[in-house]
Write a protein that binds this ligand. Structure first.
Ligand code: AMP
Ligand code: MG
Length: 404
C-alpha cells in the first residue's frame, strides 16, 4: 500500500480527466496539412473504393467455363489501367494489367507467369478458381460505411485513406494551445554564459519537443523568476492566449515555490504528492479560466510526469479517441533490490539477449538526469512494493506509444 499522503497515479488521472474540456474550435485544412491532426467529424465513404472490380496481377482476364483442356484461347482485347473496358467477347481472353478494370463477362484473372502464349492464343498452365486475382469493387471501402471516426488522429495511413476517398480538405479540431513556463532563478537559456549557481534551462526544450510530438501548438514560452508577483502576472498573461499552461518547478512546498502559492490563491488547486518515481509533487489548478499543469522541476521527473500524467490529459483535451496503452510484457535484465512504495517508471531500453527480448535499465535513475532518457527508448514500470530480479516480467512502454 502507498503511504496515505501519496496519491496513486490513477486517482490523480481520474481527477484530471474529469476536468479536461475538449478544444472547441474546428478548422478546415488541406489534406496535405492534416498529419497529426484530430478529425472533427465522421468520414463516411462517398463511393466504393476501389470503384470497380480490377486485376490484382498482370495477366489475362477470362471466363473459367471457356477453358477446355489444352485448347488455346484467343486474346481479343488489351486493357491498360485507367481505361474503361468493353465487355469480353465470349470464348476469348483479354490482356490485363494490375489495376486494370475487369471487363464484363470475365470472372477470373490468370497471372502471366501461368500462361503460355501460342499462335492460336493463350494456353493456361494452372488450375483456375473463379474470382481469382480479382480485387472486388468496394473491398477496401464500401459506400456509406464509416471509414474514419471523429476523434481519429491522422497518421500517414489515414492521410492515404482520406485521399483514396477523394477528400481534398478535412475538418480538424484546432491544436491545443500550450504555454510553457519554466521557473527558477537559477535558470539560464542555452547560448548564454553560465554564472555561478546557474544551470541551463533544459525543461523548456524537453517540453517543447514533447508538445510538438503530441501535436500541440506552443503559444508562449517564458522563464519565471522566483517572485510571487511576477509569477502571478505571467500566469495571467499566459492564460489569455493558452488553452493549457504547463509549468516546471516551483510546485514543492518551499517558500520559493510560487506557482503552487499563486494557484492556491486563485482557488481550485489540487496538489498531489504522487506515488510515482520519479515525480515529486504535481499540481493542477486554473488561473484566469485556463487550466495549469504544474510539473516538478527535475528534468527526469518532467519527462516522466508529462508522459504518464500530462499525455492522458492532453489527449482528452485534444478530442482524441480514448486509447488504452498496451505496452509489452518483457523480462527485466536488471535488479532493483529495495522495494519502493511508489510505482517506478524506469528509463529503459528494449534489447535482445540471444534471441529473446529483455528490458534493460539505465544504471543511474536519478530524477535530475537526462542522459538516462537519451539512452532509453521507453519506460519500464516497476509496481509498488516490488523488487526486481533478472527475468521478472515487467510492462514496458516505448516513448513512441506514450506519446501517441
Ligand atoms: P524545483 O521544483 O523548482 O525546486 O526544482 C527542482 C530541481 O529541478 C532543481 O534542482 C532545479 O534546479 C531543477 N530545475 C527546475 N527547473 C529546471 C529547468 N527548467 N531546467 C533544468 N532544471 C530545472
Ligand atoms: Mg525552483
Amino acid at each position: 500500500m502507498a503511504k496515505p499522503n501519496l496519491t496513486p497515479l490513477e486517482d490523480a488521472l481520474d481527477h484530471l480527466l474529469s476536468e479536461a474540456p475538449v478544444v472547441a474550435q474546428i478548422e478546415t485544412v488541406a489534406l496535405a496539412d492534416s498529419l497529426g491532426r484530430v478529425l472533427a467529424e465522421n468520414h463516411y465513404v462517398p463511393a466504393d473504393v476501389p470503384p470497380a472490380d480490377n486485376s490484382a496481377v498482370d495477366g489475362y482476364a477470362l471466363r473459367k467455363q471457356d477453358l477446355h483442356g489444352d485448347r488455346p484461347i484467343p486474346v481479343s482485347a488489351r486493357i491498360p489501367a485507367g481505361e474503361a473496358p468493353k465487355p469480353l467477347e465470349p470464348g476469348t481472353a483479354a490482356r490485363i494489367f494490375t489495376g486494370s478494370e475487369i471487363p464484363e463477362g470475365a470472372d477470373s484473372v490468370v497471372m502471366q507467369e501461368r500462361i503460355e502464349v501460342t499462335d492460336g492464343g493463350i494456353l493456361v498452365q494452372a488450375t483456375v478458381d473463379e474470382g481469382q486475382n480479382i480485387r472486388r469493387r468496394g473491398q477496401d471501402l464500401t459506400r456509406g460505411d464509416l471509414a474514419l471516426a471523429k476523434g481519429t488522429t491522422v497518421r500517414p495511413n489515414e492521410m492515404g485513406l482520406l485521399a483514396s476517398m477523394g477528400a481534398a480538405r478535412v475538418a480538424v479540431l484546432t491544436r491545443l494551445k500550450v504555454a510553457i513556463l519554466s521557473t527558477g532563478d537559477e535558470l539560464v537559456e542555452p547560448g548564454m554564459p553560465l554564472g555561478p549557481g546557474q544551470i541551463y534551462n533544459s525543461n523548456r526544450f524537453t517540453l517543447m519537443g514533447l508538445l510538438a510530438e503530441a501535436g500541440c501548438e506552443v503559444v508562449l514560452c517564458e522563464t519565471l523568476r522566483d517572485k510571487r508577483e511576477a509569477t502571478r502576472e505571467t500566469l495571467l498573461r499566459a492564460a489569455e492566449s493558452a488553452d493549457l499552461i504547463i509549468t516546471s518547478g516551483g510546485v514543492s512546498v518551499g517558500e520559493e515555490d510560487h506557482v503552487r502559492a499563486v494557484l492556491e490563491e486563485s482557488g481550485g488547486l489540487s496538489l498531489w504528492k504522487m506515488a510515482i518515481k520519479p515525480g515529486k509533487p504535481v499540481a493542477f489548478g486554473a488561473i484566469g479560466g485556463t487550466p495549469v499543469l504544474g510539473l516538478p522541476g527535475n528534468p527526469g521527473s518532467v519527462l516522466v510526469t508529462f508522459l504518464v500524467v500530462g499525455m492522458p490529459y492532453i489527449r482528452k483535451r485534444q478530442g482524441r479517441n480514448p486509447k488504452a496503452l498496451s505496452g509489452e510484457r518483457i523480462p527485466a535484465d536488471f535488479t532493483i533490490s529495495s522495494a519502493s512504495v511508489r510505482r517506478e517508471f524506469v528509463r529503459a531500453r528494449k534489447e535482445t539477449r540471444g534471441s529473446d527480448p529483455v528490458v534493460a535499465a539505465f544504471p543511474n535513475q536519478s530524477s535530475g538526469m537526462l542522459s538516462s532518457a537519451c539512452w532509453a527508448d521507453g519506460l519500464a514500470v516497476v509496481p509498488e512494493n516490488t523488487t526486481v530480479s533478472p527475468g521478472d516480467l515487467l510492462t514496458y512502454y516505448s516513448f513512441a506509444e506514450l506519446l501517441s
